[in-house]
Design a protein around this ligand. Structure first.
Ligand code: ATP
Ligand code: MG
Length: 396
């Protein structure tokens, strides 16, 4: 899981899975604790997959009645999140404790316990994780995910131009990752005919590491690397959540920024991506159906407990006169638009040429908006941005 912003760091977000004697009472007691935020609970790990993956949790407490270590359930939690796990048990079986020593869990608490002891264990586990994340963060890349719940809103155009701007004008080691797994077209928009795609990477034998990743990306002349979507839609299903989780972990070690293009759905791979997303660019347009879908998507993001402080709102084709204004969009969504991107005929022209506008037409209003977006994403947090000055590059 990614490290948290200062704002998030004030409360410790916890989630409960499993069950044991006294677990429900513990949950009730912790729900009232001022330093904790209980994001939710589920007896079965499988039912909690969405929140575990997208919830930016600081700690997962897993209850078990078993005398043995619940290895299968811990592995299932690990599939979804890197948050610290505390095992809460109702028996002191030595077998459980012995196996826990070897396992990747932060602590084992045998009930009953004083609530303050449990809170201390949770905070300690979360704090240790944050410290590791912060140290790692200084060398790790930033995951910027471009999303919109409606097709054709400009996700691919934004992701490709943003990635090209990072590589060419910000001198960042950039990976463009196409996670529109069925119909991704980022490579075509970049004018690249790749030999290998993410499909080839995930079906190749052996553990993924930096060297292996480098063998499957294609370099674009502007400097960025691209990992394209599978060539055939039916190959998408082999690109699973766990493969994406590992891919993003490895990519963060060798790139400054990873720009993720997406499809308009909250499927498993998208949830795994959200869990590692430092910044979510939500694209909106000046049309009622898109607005309706964005509003629904924001509700889903809230249900998934995705921190709103990581979302930046981009209004595409902001200058088109279609009877809907930016202010009305902001009012309907109850959010502030951070960045306005103008409609520009150079965009479809550059898409058809396979040459992103930031590279082929750097003087255009659209390209300038994309370059400004790249700079802002690299230098500010979305929340800070919202309260301060906003940029507007749309022609009025
Ligand atoms: N600011 C803009 N000005 C002019 N045309 C634009 C702009 N943004 C996007 N377009 C055009 O809209 C079309 C759709 O854009 P794009 O493919 O980026 O959308 P998408 O959200 O990725 O769609 P999908 O969900 O199908 O993947 C493209 O042909 C592109 O040229
Ligand atoms: Mg697209």
């Amino acid at each position: 899981m990614s490290e948290h912003t200062e704002q998030d760091a004030q409360t410790t977000r916890i989630y409960f899975t499993g069950d044991c004697d006294g677990f429900a009472d513990l949950r009730d007691a912790l729900a009232n604790h001022p330093e904790l935020e209980v994001v939710g609970w589920s007896d079965h790990v499988a039912q909690a997959a969405g929140v575990l993956a997208g919830g930016h949790l600081n700690c997962v407490l897993h209850g078990t009645r078993a005398e043995k270590f619940p290895g299968g359930e811990v592995a299932a939690i690990r599939e979804q999140t890197r948050s610290p796990i505390i095992i809460v048990a109702s028996s002191t079986a030595t077998e459980l404790l012995e196996e826990a020593l070897e396992a990747e869990v932060a602590d084992v608490l045998v009930l009953p316990q004083l609530i303050e002891n449990v809170v201390f264990a949770i905070r300690k586990a979360a704090h240790a994780k944050r410290r590791v994340s912060t140290v790692a963060r200084s060398q790790q890349g930033r995951v910027v995910t471009v999303f919109s719940p409606k097709g054709g809103t400009g996700k691919t155009v934004t992701a490709t131009n943003l990635a090209a701007a990072f590589a060419k004008y910000e001198q960042k080691r950039t990976l463009l990752l196409d996670l529109d797994l069925q119909f991704g077209d980022a490579a075509i928009v970049m004018g690249i005919e790749p030999e290998k795609t993410i499909y080839d990477l995930v079906v190749a034998p052996g553990e993924l590491d930096i060297e292996k990743l480098a063998g499957y990306t294609t370099k674009h002349p502007c400097g960025l690397d691209i990992l394209p979507a599978p060539l055939r839609p039916e190959d998408a299903e082999l690109v699973t959540e766990s493969k994406i989780t590992r891919l993003l972990e490895v990519a963060r070690e060798c790139y400054d920024v990873i720009v993720v293009d997406t499809s308009p759905f909250f499927h498993g791979p998208m949830l795994a991506t959200l869990d590692r997303t430092d910044e979510l660019l939500v694209l909106c347009g000046l049309d009622v159906p898109t607005l309706k879908n964005v509003r629904l998507a924001l509700q889903t993001l809230e249900l998934l407990s995705f921190p709103s402080s990581r979302i930046r709102y981009v209004l595409n084709r902001a200058n088109t006169k279609v009877g809907l204004s930016k202010r009305e969009v902001e009012g309907a969504l109850k959010v502030a638009v951070h960045i306005e991107v103008p409609s520009d005929r150079i965009v479809p022209v550059s898409v058809n040429r396979g040459a992103p506008a930031v590279l082929s037409e750097p003087g255009s209003d659209f390209a300038k908006a994309m370059m400004a977006l790249a700079k802002t994403v690299m230098t500010t947090e979305p929340e800070t941005k919202r309260s301060k000055k906003r940029i507007s590059l749309a022609r009025s």
